[in-house]
Design a protein. Structure first.
Ligand code: 13P
Ligand code: SF4
Length: 319
């Protein structure tokens, strides 16, 4: 506890000295989120992290999240220095969608509008017409469908299937998945619901279809928090990374939140639903962020320029 506080104080001091601001994702550890809040930084979902980083006047952005978030920040603000606690923090969706294979996939479907999730490399974004995050994925698909466009979707197959079903759009999806959300089990959630019949199920759309089918509300991390605040229910089963509990408890302190089971028998697992890459954003790594070298984000300028187009579409999209 004392050591945590000392580290937080040390990082706060360095942020000030270096004219840097800390932007953290909801899935990072509670102390990282608290530090961002206490130092004038920001905690949010991937869409709002991108917007905040772009608009904040600090010369250096410290991105506590996964690599694609750092890359997005760099593409949107090429003149800022973007540092991450570790560049090893990746994402199974990004890993599962290498640019050469993705490019071939796009070439097979030249008549389709290419929509990629923010959880992809800069190169994949540069090959796309649109970038979306889960908070606007459905609305963008509805918008494109209304324009009569057919969609090529990548990389998350669960989000793709959900958006296809909900929007009625013509979608062909890449076969990627999030290793965290894919583990949630509908049977386990139903078992837990039997013990807590008044609990509502809140699910991130990267969860499997069987989980989304029994969810009361489906949405991005921010939408899950908003749903918990506005719902009349006082108990929730939450199918997304456990890191979100810090904000859920802060936003609705009188409500009870249970992690959705990753086993079929309703048993919860303390280490499950915890993205291993988000967990790499430790305070120790943040304390060394200005010193270690090799953890600055660079994006090749020609690629960044191309990726900027679909990213700007994402940021200016009005649902
Ligand atoms: P959000 O866009 O909801 O922040 O989700 C990002 C993510 O990595 C989900 O697993
Ligand atoms: Fe990627 Fe899943 Fe981790 Fe989000 S939770 S960063 S989608 S692996």
């Amino acid at each position: 506890e004392q050591q945590t506080q000392a580290l937080m104080d040390s990082i706060a001091k360095k942020l000030k000295q270096e004219d840097a601001v800390l932007v953290a994702h909801y899935y990072t550890a509670p102390e990282v989120q608290a530090l961002a809040e206490q130092t004038g930084g920001f905690v949010s979902d991937s869409l709002e992290m991108a917007r905040f980083g772009r608009d904040h006047p600090a010369k250096t952005l410290i991105v506590a999240g996964v690599k694609f978030m750092g890359e997005t920040a760099k593409i949107l603000t090429p003149n800022k220095r973007v540092l991450m606690p570790t560049l090893e923090a990746t994402c199974s969706l990004d890993i599962g969608c290498p640019i050469d294979q993705f490019d071939a996939f796009c070439n097979e479907h030249p008549d389709r509008t290419v929509v990629v999730y923010a959880n992809t490399s800069a190169a994949v974004k540069a090959r796309a017409d649109w970038v979306v995050t889960s908070s606007i994925a459905l609305q963008v698909a509805e918008h494109l469908n209304q324009q009569g466009e057919k969609i090529l979707w990548a990389p998350d197959r669960h989000l793709g299937a959900y958006v296809k079903k909900a929007s009625g759009a013509d979608i062909i999806a890449w076969d990627g998945a999030c290793i965290v959300h894919e583990e949630f089990k509908a049977r386990g959630i139903l078992d837990l619901k039997r013990a807590h019949p008044d609990a509502e199920v809140l699910a991130h759309p990267e969860s499997p279809d069987s989980v989304l089918e029994i969810a009361d509300q489906i949405g991005s991390t921010t939408q899950i928090i908003q749903a918990a605040v506005s719902s009349k229910a006082s108990k929730f089963i939450v199918a997304t990374d456990q890191g979100i509990f810090y904000k859920l408890q802060q936003a609705a302190p009188d409500k009870i939140f249970m992690i959705a089971p990753t086993a079929g028998n309703g048993a919860t697992c303390r280490s499950c639903a915890n993205c291993p890459w988000m967990a790499m954003n430790e305070l120790e790594a943040l304390d060394r962020v200005f010193e270690v070298g090799g953890n600055e984000i660079f994006v090749e300028p020609a690629l960044a320029e191309r990726a900027m187009l679909p990213l700007e579409r994402m940021l200016s999209f009005k649902a």
